[in-house]
Write a protein that binds this ligand. Structure first.
Ligand SMILES: C[S@@+](CC[C@H](N)C(=O)[O-])C[C@H]1O[C@@H](n2cnc3c(N)ncnc32)[C@H](O)[C@@H]1O
Length: 211
């Protein structure tokens, strides 16, 4: 199985192989009494649900990885930008989605790419922040990156953006990370008019008054 996985990882089919595990992962998570780390299927449902609820047709993802989120939700959005720092993963995703003009893979560090992308945005977007903010294998993590990106989104001239951030358990105040409480009070004081909550390990920042 390990050898097969290693072989598939080198092919463009690895994402499809990974997708086969999404339902078993979900059922296993249910069986274990829904532990903190939630399965990818639930994350996909959450991204679709928030897009629909807030009428958002533009999705911006940080951390493309094998493009599983893009594949799962692409029919629910008119345009998708996904930012990936690892050049090999970014090139691979660019090849996989090359035929779909609504999907654009942006190679680079989300801390620089996201603020630059925001400059060209004229409509509210759903943000799926999932770029290993508190360390990702082999990539040094800048502890300020999440704050930089959240601030860029919340200060943006266009209002109505919705932010979902995966792995909220990383907001534990350790190793330079913020706590959920810190983040909530900063958003309350600096960006009033937003609701902040964590459910199933996903931080959700939404406009208080629904559009
Ligand atoms: C958890 S995976 C993303 C999973 C994907 N969003 C999904 O839902 O299928 C995290 C990804 O973030 C990427 N990453 C880590 N640091 C990054 C950074 N500073 N900027 C952009 N991508 C980064 C990693 O290379 C990895 O591919």
């Amino acid at each position: 199985m390990k050898a097969l996985r290693k072989f598939l990882r080198r092919t463009l089919w690895y994402g499809v192989f990974k997708r086969l595990g999404h339902y078993p992962d979900y059922w296993y998570w249910q069986l274990r009494g829904k532990p903190i780390r939630s399965p990818h299927l639930l994350k996909q449902r959450t991204v679709r649900e928030y897009g629909e609820k807030y009428g958002l047709r533009l999705l911006i993802e940080t951390g493309t990885y094998y493009g599983e989120m893009i594949s799962a939700v692409k029919n629910s959005f008119d345009r998708i930008y996904s930012v990936e720092k690892d050049p090999a993963l970014a090139h691979r995703a660019a090849r996989i989605f090359a035929r779909d003009p609504k999907i654009q893979i942006l190679e680079g560090d989300s801390q620089q790419v996201l603020p630059a992308l925001l400059k060209s945005l004229a409509q509210p977007a759903l943000f799926w922040l999932d770029a290993g903010y508190y360390g990702w294998a082999g990539l040094e993590s800048d502890k300020r990156r999440l704050s930089v990106e959240l601030e860029a989104i919340l200060r943006h001239a266009v209002k109505g953006h919705v932010i979902l951030m995966d792995d909220a358990h990383g907001l534990d105040g350790k190793r330079g990370a913020l706590t959920i409480g810190d983040l909530k009070s900063r958003i309350d004081s600096e960006f009033p008019g937003h609701h902040v909550e964590v459910k199933y390990d996903i931080l959700r920042v939404t406009p208080s008054a629904q559009p």
